[in-house]
Design a protein around this ligand. Structure first.
Ligand SMILES: [Zn+2]
Length: 185
């Protein structure tokens, strides 16, 4: 069963790109959701939605494969010298745990873009196994990284009528923890 898709949104005005994943598979979302994250939302605000072209790169049946595909696409674009609206390396909400696991296993850091790309592309089985093995982060880290991930994956282009989250801010539970978008946002 399809659990999500990978997409690339490009700004025709300056050729900057954004790579993201979404679990919202309804046609409306697939067609019109361009991405979020702080840089992306500000760019949409500045250039307008008409300036952006979104391309679906693939649909995936499991989260590990989707995460790996996202990390790989971002690695390819960075290594090609493209300017991205993505601030991170992509992949799971526990991004710092992934960086640590990649360094422990391969001695590699994302800034070495060619070596990072080579590992992600050529050792995909091992990288996926690292993705599968990453432990759940501690609660504080968990919510910090969850919020960072939600900023990239949720459509934050409108206010939330339920929790009053502002444009560009994630929804929050009654106890103040970040959450996925409430219904009808
Ligand atoms: Zn909300």
């Amino acid at each position: 069963m399809t659990i999500g898709y990978l997409y690339l949104t490009r700004n025709r005005a300056n050729n900057m790109a954004y790579v993201g994943q979404s679990s919202r598979l309804d046609a409306q979302n697939v067609q019109s959701y361009l991405g979020s994250g702080d840089l992306m939302l500000r760019a949409i605000d500045k250039f307008g939605t008409d300036s952006f072209h979104k391309e679906v790169l693939g649909y995936f049946d499991d989260q590990n494969s989707l995460d790996h595909a996202e990390i790989l696409k971002i690695a390819e674009l960075r290594n090609a010298g493209e300017s991205l609206y993505n601030s991170g390396i992509g992949g799971p909400r526990a991004e710092s745990a992934l960086r640590e696991a990649m360094f422990s296993r391969f001695g590699i850091i994302p800034r070495l873009t060619q070596q990072w790309l080579d590992i992600v592309a050529n050792s995909s089985v091992e990288v996926k196994s690292l993705l599968a093995s990453i432990e759940e982060p501690e609660p504080d880290d968990f919510y910090r990284e969850l919020e960072a991930q939600l900023l990239m994956t949720q459509d934050l282009g409108s206010l939330c009528p339920r929790c009053n989250a502002n444009v560009g801010e994630v929804c929050r539970t009654k106890t103040g923890n970040p959450s996925r978008n409430h219904a009808r946002r």
